[in-house]
Design a protein around this ligand. Structure first.
Ligand code: DGY
Length: 422
């Protein structure tokens, strides 16, 4: 089977009827940002199916506008924490009580062709409401905040240690049994101490009845993530393009422009001058994380940074490029806690390379974009469609037959697709 055929077979195999699971076993539900990338993969060979993925992820939207990170359409005892542990039943489908990086509007802009006006019209208000939720319930002091490492998509990145170390594990935390380590090797996954804290935050969400503004201001964890801030800023720009295409009125366009101005201003708050890069920051103490991550490199994708900030960011990317075989690791190989096989402590992530390369190319850094693209191509050719990859050895990590990796192959890397989206 060619790699194209394998990628199509993975997406078809992970299709549960209008929505796709990331991989069998480890992740048996629909994940929010996974679906955005998956839609781009389907678009290479089945456009109606691509739109179905967009529609189904929005079906779980809460009345307050939030689109949850996971939709639990049915209870699967093989996954923990599932719907009962979250107890977050404010939306139309049982779900988690946190969101994920809002890549969807950008995926929709890439997807939408001339004949898609009706489809766009049907979902535009939902996208707008979701962005509005980030700009209200998840805004703290002008910056988009995050209340749970799982909301960032970069679950156990050492970035979050500042916030996690500062919080207490709930003394009455109900006992639990992890399922993730039953599916994959524990050396790939977050530690037990981190899990205790992830579950403590879930308990705090329940205690405020999943009132999201209260969880933001009163919750035990409050950090700002360059991934969410930059993905949202990019998505706001793309949503503005969609508003223009649909001829939405000036009030809507002014609102989105206000968000864009806010996002641009907020980016300086994430600039760690000592590191020479954008970094996660604790919003209670103001403390910066001190590692350069693949999210730091998304400033190009977001279209922010003064010339000096961009130059220093590029220096960091090049420094790291000399330290590893494959670009761009999720955590700095020169910082403490680098573990090249452990989830977000080092491995490279296909969907992150896609967004980073898109931004670099748009901003005139074609050579680095090419490396981001060819390194991932080599990894998939040598190891297959893994969730993520060891940047030093190239070995595949965590889940295999992974949907977003297959999608990135079809939408971006495969030499045989003439109608690729990016
Ligand atoms: C998991 O289960 O590891 C997920 O990443 C949480 O969203």
């Amino acid at each position: 089977m060619t790699l194209d055929d394998q990628a199509i077979a993975i997406l078809r195999g992970n299709d549960r009827g209008g929505f796709t699971i990331p991989t069998r076993g480890l992740y048996p539900y629909q994940w929010n940002w996974d679906s955005a990338f998956v839609a781009l993969g389907f678009a290479a060979f089945d456009r109606p199916r691509a739109w179905a993925e967009v529609t189904t992820v929005l079906e779980g939207q809460w009345p307050d506008g939030m689109v949850p990170s996971i939709l639990f359409r049915r209870d699967d005892p093989d996954y923990f924490p599932g719907p009962r542990r979250w107890g977050a039943n404010l939306g139309p489908i049982p779900s988690t009580g946190v969101s994920q990086p809002p890549v969807l509007s950008t995926a929709v802009r890439l997807l939408a062709g001339e004949d898609d006006a009706d489809r766009l019209d049907n979902i535009f208000d939902k996208l707008l409401a979701w962005h509005n939720w980030y700009h209200t319930a998840r805004t703290f002091d002008g910056v988009i905040a995050t209340v749970h490492p799982w909301e960032t998509g970069r679950d156990n990145c050492p970035d979050w240690n500042i916030g996690l170390d500062a919080m207490e594990v709930a003394p009455d935390l109900a006992p639990y049994e992890r399922m993730d380590n039953k599916h994959v090797d524990a050396s790939f996954r977050p530690s037990q101490a981190q899990y205790d804290r992830y579950l403590t935050i879930i308990q705090a969400g329940q205690q405020v009845g999943w009132d999201q503004a209260r969880l933001t201001t009163e919750g035990p964890f409050l950090m700002a993530d360059p991934n969410i801030n930059f993905v949202l800023l990019r998505a706001d720009r793309d949503l503005f393009t969609l508003a223009e295409r649909l001829g939405r009125d000036q009030t809507v366009r002014n609102k989105i422009q206000g968000w864009i101005a806010k996002g641009e201003a907020a980016s300086d708050r994430l600039w760690n001058d000592q590191l020479g890069g954008y970094a996660a920051r604790d919003l209670h103490s103001g403390r910066f994380s001190d590692g350069f991550t693949n999210a730091s490199a998304l400033c190009f994708y977001a279209g922010v940074g003064a010339p000096e900030q961009r130059a220093r960011t590029l220096q960091n990317i090049r420094r790291i490029g000399e330290r590893v075989q494959y670009m761009l690791p999720s955590w700095d190989p020169d910082a403490q806690d680098f573990e090249p096989q452990r989830y977000w402590c080092g491995p490279i992530w296909p969907q992150m390379n896609f967004m980073i390369a898109m931004g670099l190319r748009e901003q005139g850094e074609a050579q680095l974009a090419d490396r981001m693209q060819s390194d991932l191509t080599r990894l998939i050719e040598a190891s297959g469609f893994w969730e993520c990859f060891n940047p030093v050895t190239g070995a595949g990590c965590v889940g295999s037959d992974f949907s977003w990796t297959a999608a990135m192959w079809l939408a971006w890397l495969s030499p045989s697709w003439l109608t690729r989206v990016a």
